[in-house]
Ligand binder design. Structure first.
Ligand SMILES: Nc1nc2c(c(=O)[nH]1)N[C@H]1C(S)=C(S)[C@@H](COP(=O)(O)OP(=O)(O)OC[C@H]3O[C@@H](n4cnc5c(=O)[nH]c(N)nc54)[C@H](O)[C@@H]3O)O[C@H]1N2
Ligand SMILES: Nc1nc2c(c(=O)[nH]1)N[C@H]1C(S)=C(S)[C@@H](COP(=O)(O)OP(=O)(O)OC[C@H]3O[C@@H](n4cnc5c(=O)[nH]c(N)nc54)[C@H](O)[C@@H]3O)O[C@H]1N2
Ligand code: SF4
Ligand SMILES: [Mo]
Length: 696
């Protein structure tokens, strides 16, 4: 007898509804849930991998303690006692900043981590908090903080109602969208074209999204700020500014005009490789299309001018009347609204309130850039990092200078990883605490529903009950922190939460939310509830006291001279890419997702290949000052001349990993050769894109 469970896929930001057919303790099939009002049956190939993940024999079920290079399974109580004792000792001897934390991407898809886990980690009081944020959306958050007054107030494109979608540094057809929760984004973009609208992609690679777009323009990596300033120059020069003055008050209009004054389209063209005529025409079309949106994503953030570029993405929408208007860049009204909650907890965010000990990198939202982690471990002195908690992260593969970080991690007095796999990072831990699989826990998209292109809410209970010898992420935190006797981890908390689970937090937050939902209402709607299209939310939603938008925050103005001085690189530069069947560094142990032709290849333009005597399929050596990796060559005119592309998250051949499928798949880690010193000097975000390389 089989039963069908409806829930949300937690693997990427698209939050597709899935129908999971189960027979006993086995998953029989995973299909798209036709009755989910948001995803309407759509899933991508990764959705079915939820089953592979759950049944993966390599997935850890019990805590592991390392003895030299071998691992011993231990009971939960013994493991938690051991970890708590070590962390307490180190805090006692060296102070609270000696314990560092690194939180990875899956945290955002995990109800227990988003509720109790976050609070527990904050209660450590360490300045050495790190996460994938500084490899990702930090510049968007900085713009949200400085322009709108709250770091999580990031607007999303109203894809379902726009007639012009300009896509800058994103590839939603591979990534399924980011800071734009939109299941079946391919269908939604097609919808724009079907109603007579246009999709324009600006990217150093004619990516999968560009192939389906109406227009694609190559733009040089790292030059987005110059491009946007060129467009803003035209918008001012041709009097195309259209502020929603009747509703929205703005500051800094003159400063923005001044910032753009030197960036004539001709100058911007030199920096970007986009012709001056194209820059003019882009600016005009964008400004004069009533329902238009310019959406910038990770290509805009993780580069040397990520701060400036992310600010200008929001500013250009505001300047042309496309902010907070249907079809433009809009703010959501989520059922669980993290914005007032963050404000109540004093977490609206902050920037550069302190700096990292060794190299003075700026704090953001209570965290330091991950580019500072290795040096904080290696450099002796007061507050040196001696212990590390990694949670749902694989920084050895996901951060630039991976091998350097590896060596630093080996020097730690103590490291614990909360992770279901023995992988490149966790193999260096002293203890691994593996959480339950996504199918064994309840789910609500606390984070992603706040960035959704329609307001939706959905709760799913676990498909399988967890066994008595397994723990959810939040239970691991509760167990650990109660043993450490931190403010939030009192034993009574553990007992109370142990009974109620994250549902207790969810229930309160839903009732406080704008739609006044309850868990009971959500349980009664297993396919999810549609709460309607996005609505205009300003000025009320702004976090700033004066309820105005700052079009030209001071932090950015000070960074403009750095952009004006920048010279286009002489040789080749490297960028990354994503593939639909992959997810950062951790879904490569699913046979059905990795089969087929090798995906970790070097994409290179025919002229650049010819100049180096490279032929298709040959092995290329890609070298930087940090070392070299070898990859098969794929010659393609989808690459801009002077730019090569390598995907991240590969290279599972390191000794000691327990990933029987992934470690047989060829590939190397791009982060082995990206220079960790390349950061956006303004925000501290790693510059993953635009790394100069030699290819031979
Ligand atoms: N060069 C380059 N580097 C990049 C990027 C790039 O484009 N180019 N992209 C960057 C971006 S955007 C990101 S977000 C980062 C991602 O980097 P990270 O977040 O550091 O790593 P992931 O590859 O997402 O690995 C996730 C880890 O979490 C574990 N895990 C999965 N589910 C759970 C769970 O429910 N609970 C727990 N406790 N663990 C879980 C997995 O086993 C895995 O070890 O990589 C960044 N690095
Ligand atoms: N299948 C799959 N889906 C994923 C992930 C995954 O690994 N695999 N990862 C998830 C995560 S953690 C994230 S953050 C999102 C990211 O989602 P997206 O932002 O859509 O990320 P990418 O697909 O990497 O697209 C980035 C684009 O930026 C371009 N680019 C690189 N440098 C520059 C530049 O300097 N300027 C401009 N204009 N463009 C540039 C690249 O060529 C690429 O086409 O995807 C999520 N979804
Ligand atoms: S697009 Fe794929 S991975 Fe993302 S939520 Fe949907 S099914 Fe899951
Ligand atoms: Mo990410």
């Amino acid at each position: 007898m089989t039963t069908t469970h409806y829930r949300t896929c937690s693997l990427c930001e698209a939050t597709c509804g899935v129908a999971i057919e189960v027979d006993g303790d086995r998953v029989v099939s995973v299909r798209g849930d036709e009755a989910d009002p948001f995803s309407r049956g759509y899933i991508c190939p990764k959705g079915t991998a939820l089953a592979d993940l759950h049944h993966d024999p390599d997935r850890l079920r019990r805590p592991l303690v390392r003895e030299g290079s071998s691992w011993r399974e231990v009971e939960w109580d013994a493991a938690l006692d051991l970890v708590a004792a070590r962390l307490r000792e180190i805090r006692k001897a060296h102070g609270k900043h000696a314990v560092a934390v690194y939180q990875g991407n899956p945290s955002a898809h995990n109800l227990g981590l988003m509720t109790y886990g976050q609070l527990a980690l904050r209660s450590l009081g360490t300045r050495n908090m790190y996460s994938a944020t500084s490899l990702d959306q930090l510049p968007h958050m900085l713009a949200a903080l400085t322009m709108f007054g709250n770091q999580i107030l990031m607007p999303v494109p109203d894809v379902d109602r726009c007639d012009l979608f300009i896509c800058l540094g994103a590839n939603p057809l591979a990534s399924n969208g980011s800071i734009m929760t939109a299941p079946d984004i391919k269908g939604r973009l097609k919808g724009i074209q079907a109603r007579g609208g246009k999709v324009i992609v600006l990217d150093p690679r004619r990516n999968e999204t560009a192939e389906k777009a109406d227009q694609h323009l190559f733009v040089r990596p790292g030059s987005d700020a110059a491009l946007l300033l060129g467009m803003i120059h035209v918008i001012f020069a041709e009097r195309l500014v259209r502020l929603r003055g009747e509703r929205l008050a703005v500051r800094g209009l003159d400063k923005l005009r001044d910032a753009a004054s030197v960036w004539t389209p001709e100058r911007a063209s030199k920096a970007t490789g986009v012709s001056a005529e194209d820059i003019r025409s882009l600016a005009r079309t964008f400004a004069t299309t009533p329902r238009a949106v310019l959406y910038g994503r990770i290509g805009v953030c993780t580069q040397e001018f990520g701060g400036l570029a992310s600010w200008l993405c929001y500013a250009i929408n505001a300047l042309t009347g496309h902010l907070d208007e249907p079809g433009g860049l809009m703010f959501t009204t989520p059922a669980l609204d993290p914005v007032p909650l963050a404000a109540r907890l004093g977490q609206q965010g902050g920037f550069a309130r302190w700096r990292s000990r060794v190299s003075g990198k700026p704090e953001f939202g209570g965290e330091l850039p991950v580019a500072a982690l290795a040096e904080e471990i290696e450099t002796p002195g007061e507050d040196q990092v001696r212990a590390l908690i990694t949670s749902a992260g694989n920084p050895v593969l996901s951060t630039p200078g991976g091998p350097h970080l590896e060596r630093a991690l080996e020097r730690l007095d103590f490291m614990v990883s909360i992770d279901p796999y023995l992988n490149e990072t966790t193999r260096l831990a002293h203890v691994i605490l593996p959480p339950t699989s996504p199918l064994e826990r309840s789910h609500y998209d606390v984070a992603l529903a706040a960035f959704s292109v329609r307001n939706v809410a959905k709760y799913s209970g676990p498909v399988f009950q967890r066994g008595p010898d397994q723990r959810h992420d939040w239970e691991i935190y509760a167990g650990l922190f109660s043993r450490m006797q931190l403010p939030l981890g009192k034993r009574w908390m553990e007992r109370a939460l142990g009974k109620l689970g994250p549902e207790a937090v969810l229930e309160v937050a839903l009732r406080l939310g704008p739609h006044k939902l309850t868990l009971a209402k959500l349980r009664a709607a297993p396919h999810g509830i549609d709460l309607g299209p996005l609505e205009s939310r300003l000025p009320k939603r702004l976090g700033s006291r004066d309820k105005t938008i700052d079009l030209a925050p001071a932090v950015y103005l000070g960074d403009l001279p750095r952009l004006e001085r920048a010279a286009a690189p002489a040789g080749l530069v490297m960028i990354g890419r994503r593939h639909l069947r992959s997810n950062n560094s951790w879904l490569h142990n699913s046979e059905r997702l990795v089969k087929g032709p090798t995906r970790c290849t070097l994409l290179i333009h025919p002229d650049d290949a010819a100049a180096r005597g490279l032929v298709d399929g040959a092995t290329a050596k890609v070298a930087t000052g940090r070392g070299a990796i070898e990859l098969p060559v794929e010659i393609t005119d989808t690459m801009m001349k002077g730019v090569v592309s390598v995907p991240h998250g590969w290279g599972h051949g390191r000794k000691g990993v327990r990933l029987s499928v992934a470690s047989t798949v060829p590939g190397a880690s791009i982060n082995d050769i990206i220079d960790p010193a390349r950061i956006d000097a303004l925000s501290g975000t790693s510059a993953l894109s635009g790394q100069p390389v030699d290819v031979s």
